[in-house]
Design a protein around this ligand. Structure first.
Ligand code: HEC
Ligand code: HEC
Ligand code: HEC
Ligand code: HEC
Length: 149
């Protein structure tokens, strides 16, 4: 009788530990800023991008899943609360010069294009709508200290 109770108690504890572990992953909140450091570019040539991560979701109202995705059959199945993988987990193609001349399947996995194609089109749209927008569109605005190209 009591033996049984102890077993179900153990099961309950195991369950709670599992739930706790799950919540630790599920509770990944948007950090204020992000560190772009990546083994794909051990020494960045431009870098230095100051990205106001939290501000983008809270103030600029960009949905998490507009930037974070897990693609399945051409659709984004990532939803808020899911674990967030770094871009370089999947975008592993490392070319940083002439990347637009890569074959299309490699372009999709190029890391530089992943960042640029995510950030720049939205800022260009902003600029079209509002000429005095703070959204940066030139190289030097995003990569301070580097030459405008
Ligand atoms: C809207 C912001 C934005 C604009 C505009 C932009 N970049 Fe970037 N760029 C990024 C981000 C974000 C990364 C990836 C993170 C990092 O490396 O800091 C990146 C990465 C890079 C990289 C690869 C990493 C490195 O430093 O070697 C190069 C090269 C680069 N950009 C060059 C350019 C050039 C040239 C232009 C202009 C034609 C440009 N970028 C415009 C945001 C921008
Ligand atoms: C405008 C685009 C954008 C929006 C909106 C956005 N993120 Fe991010 N997030 C990024 C980028 C870019 C990174 C850096 C990833 C990298 O360097 O590989 C990042 C990193 C993260 C990280 C850290 C990942 C790690 O392991 O370092 C977490 C957690 C995260 N985002 C969660 C969220 C959540 C939750 C939301 C919505 C509330 C959100 N993000 C909204 C673009 C965005
Ligand atoms: C779990 C893997 C995975 C992660 C993590 C991931 N991506 Fe992607 N991403 C993909 C795949 C696969 C595609 C190609 C989908 C298709 O076939 O059209 C893609 C497509 C894209 C595209 C459109 C293709 C292009 O270059 O125009 C952009 C932009 C992009 N990702 C940016 C990012 C950024 C920025 C991050 C990090 C915040 C990120 N991705 C994280 C797998 C991933
Ligand atoms: C879906 C739209 C969208 C995407 C995607 C996006 N941004 Fe922005 N960004 C904005 C808007 C809106 C503003 C603010 C414009 C204003 O205040 O006038 C902004 C402003 C900025 C600013 C200047 C103001 C500040 O908060 O520091 C930087 C730097 C910036 N974005 C970097 C990035 C980078 C880097 C990425 C890609 C990782 C990115 N953004 C992706 C919409 C976007």
């Amino acid at each position: 009788m009591t033996g049984r109770k102890w077993i179900s108690c153990g099961v309950l504890v195991a369950f709670l530990v599992a739930v706790g572990g799950f919540m630790a992953i599920a509770a990944e909140k948007a950090p204020d800023t992000v560190d772009f450091k990546t083994p794909v570019w051990p020494t960045p040539t431009k870098g230095n991008v100051a990205f106001t991560h939290k501000k983008h979701s809270e103030e600029y109202k960009v949905a998490c899943n507009q930037c974070h995705h897990v693609m399945k059959d051409g659709k984004n199945v990532w939803k808020e609360g899911d674990a967030v993988e770094r871009c370089d987990k999947c975008h592993t193609e490392a070319t940083i010069q002439g990347e637009k001349k890569l074959p299309p399947d490699q372009q999709k996995l190029n890391l530089k294009l992943a960042f640029h194609n995510q950030c720049i089109p939205c800022h260009q749209k902003e600029k079209k709508a509002k000429a005095d927008t703070k959204a940066p569109v030139t190289c030097a605005q995003c990569h301070p200290g580097s030459k405008a190209e």
